[in-house]
Design a protein around this ligand. Structure first.
Ligand code: GLC
Ligand code: GLC
Length: 641
């Protein structure tokens, strides 16, 4: 790093001084850009440049042209503030703690699978509201290669949508409408890579050196400085993380599919360009951006290029950009990595929200083993996060289920983590004798033996199998498992996220196997189309969907009566019974004890404090110190007199 940058980073009063000098130097041109909103921009820059500058210096301080790029960045921020629609500009002044409410409830859907297109989605708003949804992740809808775009995660243009969904203007109108209806729209910020059809990639292919520097192009020798340390994410599709690009005559970095080219963030032009795309999406109405594959965004030779310190610096810099130009915008982290790394992305300065893959994986683990020790021990270590931030608790999503728990915790419990992962894969793909699950293997790695699992909630919990065997006892157990899983994500603390179709218990869709563009990606088994008839069955209690939906609605309704289930704190407890999972929520003097039986036999909870309790789910009363939970029973207990 250059001496001057280092001096600034080491001396806070010099840094403050530097910010003042820069603001003075740039304010003339920024004022012209920011027009009537300059007073706001000026205040924000005064507050936040001292945050942004050191981050930018850490990333780019060793470049001779660092300040040039910084100036360009500040200009594009001013432009983005000017372009921000009035309703979002007003929202920018509000505190963004909505994700802490006991009514906060999310859902994720592919627009075409759920409603055909943007106008169809508008017509589904009543269904969303009826279900209690107030956060809606619209899965990638940007212009992308056809027919295969990794489910939209290969973006060819961040400012255009897929034509069959409607236009960007229509999307912006839809998002404004969603806001007005009390539903916060969430979009993906796919910033680790673009598709190989993005205009930057096209220019790189045409030999433009400026744009080749947007990506990583290596000869064989350069590639070997990285390749040996990298994990293979999609080994069934292509071995290694590089793809030979004939037009350039070199290897291009492709962590995921070969048509997804990783962006080179060591180049400040890439940071600025992506900051501009990010603010464009924010200004279309996204309340939250889901930072896709954020663990992979910074690369250094000789490391595994995941979760590097500079990945955090980079995301913090994007966050500082958002605080200046679109303060209402929140970030959600998609780090499906080791639990110790997942939590490092969560802070008000980085991502305010984060998927909780540890809870997700271990809920499935407990259902398979009927034991809760790994769940309890792991969450005792890794559930607490900054109180201004929230977990996004989910049971499954559009992706596979990977077994990302901490091996050390497993070993401490006498569990061999590798063998156990093999067991879980066997169990959830239905190969283990007695398994209730109908999952499909995803990305089996022939070298490491690694594998993940894909499937819809109902298929993984046993509904599919029970229906095909016409077994009512098994069906009742499967429904109890769904209820149990939903109860945990609704009560443990954080924003629960449902995956569209799971609320109706829709089953796996195997038709992807006959579609050439999808057959190599088994995650399509759990991305199913939802029809109008299926949505209508939500209200018909004589249907299976209606029953599953009603059970969920009951949980949602009870939850919304108890603020402790919103912003209360969470303490994961040792229940003394290896089949029970117990946690306490606390808000001021209010507390609630949630207890879940993960087994198919009655289990006693013998260490209940206080003497009288009421289960708010059934209104039944219990007396301490011992309560017996029936198979798969869930209790939400409050002290009673
Ligand atoms: C994220 C997405 C996944 C995609 C990957 C590459 O993990 O959830 O669907 O394959 O990023 O963009
Ligand atoms: C991405 C992929 C997911 C994979 C993970 C590995 O999130 O979507 O499939 O398990 O990366 O980190």
């Amino acid at each position: 790093m250059k001496k001057t940058s280092r001096e600034l980073l080491e001396n806070s009063s010099k840094l403050t001084q530097e910010c003042q000098i820069l603001l003075k130097r740039f304010s003339g041109s920024l004022k012209v850009i920011a027009k009537g909103r300059w007073p706001v921009v000026e205040i924000r820059l005064q507050q936040l440049l001292p945050q942004l500058l050191p981050l930018y210096l850490r990333l780019y301080g060793d470049r001779y042209d660092c300040y040039y790029h910084l100036e360009q960045l500040l200009k594009l921020l001013a432009r983005a503030v000017v372009q921000r629609p009035e309703y979002l500009f007003a929202e920018d002044e509000m505190p963004q703690q909505w994700h802490k409410a006991q009514s906060a409830l999310g859902s994720a859907c592919y627009v075409d699978l759920f409603a055909d297109d943007f106008s169809g989605l508008e017509q589904r708003i009543p269904y969303l509201k009826q279900t209690g949804i107030n956060y809606l992740h619209l899965m990638p809808l940007f212009k992308a290669p056809e027919p295969n775009s990794d489910g939209g995660y290969a973006v060819s243009d961040y400012r255009k949508t897929m034509p069959h969904l409607g236009s960007m203007t229509e999307l912006a109108a839809l998002m404004q409408k969603l806001h007005a209806e009390g539903i916060r729209p969430v979009l993906d910020f796919v910033f680790n890579h673009t598709s190989d059809e993005h205009r930057w990639a096209e220019k790189a292919k045409a030999g433009d050196l400026q744009f080749q520097d947007y990506y990583f192009f290596f000869d064989e020798q350069e590639r070997e400085q990285y390749a040996p340390w990298l994990r293979e994410i999609f080994p069934e599709i292509r071995r290694g993380c590089f793809t030979f690009e004939p037009a350039v005559g070199r290897w291009v970095w492709t962590t995921f599919n070969s048509f997804q080219w990783d962006l080179n963030y060591a180049n400040p032009e890439v940071f600025n360009a992506m900051a501009e795309e990010m603010l464009f999406l924010a200004n279309q109405g996204a309340a939250v951006l889901r930072l896709d594959a954020l663990a992979f965004v910074w690369k250094e030779a000789g490391t595994n290029c995941e979760n590097l310190p500079k990945a955090h610096t980079l995301i913090q810099a994007f966050n500082a950009v958002a605080r200046i130009a679109a303060p209402a915008l929140q970030f959600k982290s998609e780090a499906i990595v080791h639990p110790d790394e997942v939590v490092k992305y969560i802070s008000p300065e980085e991502c305010q929200l984060s998927y909780n893959p540890l809870l997700m994986a271990l809920l499935w683990n407990s259902l398979a083993t009927r034991k809760t020790r790994l769940l309890t021990e792991s969450l005792q270590r890794r559930f607490a996060i900054n109180p201004q931030c929230s977990w996004v608790n989910y049971i499954r999503c559009h992706d596979d289920i990977g077994w990302t728990f901490d091996d050390n915790v497993a070993w401490q419990l006498g569990i061999n983590p590798d063998h156990h992962r093999q067991f879980l894969n066997q169990f959830y793909t239905g190969q283990f004798a007695g398994s209730f699950a109908n999952g499909v293997p995803f990305q089996q790695n022939p070298v490491t033996g690694d594998c993940r699992v894909a499937g819809m909630l109902a298929s993984l919990t046993g509904v599919e199998q029970a229906l095909s065997n016409d077994n009512n006892t098994n069906l009742a157990n499967a429904l109890a498992r769904i209820y149990l899983l939903n109860s945990v994500i609704l009560s443990i603390g954080g924003l629960p996220l449902l995956y569209m179709g799971d609320e109706l218990g829709l089953l796996n869709d195997y038709s992807y196997q006959h579609d050439p563009a999808k057959k190599d990606d088994s995650r399509w088994v759990n991305r199913v189309k939802v029809s109008a008839e299926q949505l209508a069955s939500a209200k018909d209690k004589n249907t299976l969907s209606g029953k599953i939906y009603e059970q969920l609605q009951q949980l949602i309704a009870v939850r919304s009566r108890f603020p402790v289930l919103g912003s209360g704190t969470t303490e994961i407890l040792q229940s003394g019974n290896p089949h029970l999972f117990v946690y306490r929520r606390q808000l001021d003097q209010h507390s609630m004890l949630c207890a879940v039986n993960f087994s198919e036999t009655p289990q006693a909870f013998t260490s209940l404090p206080a003497s009288h309790w009421q289960d708010v789910l059934t209104a039944k009363h219990f007396q301490a110190p011992t309560i017996t939970l029936q198979p798969y029973q869930v209790l939400w207990l409050i002290p009673s007199n």
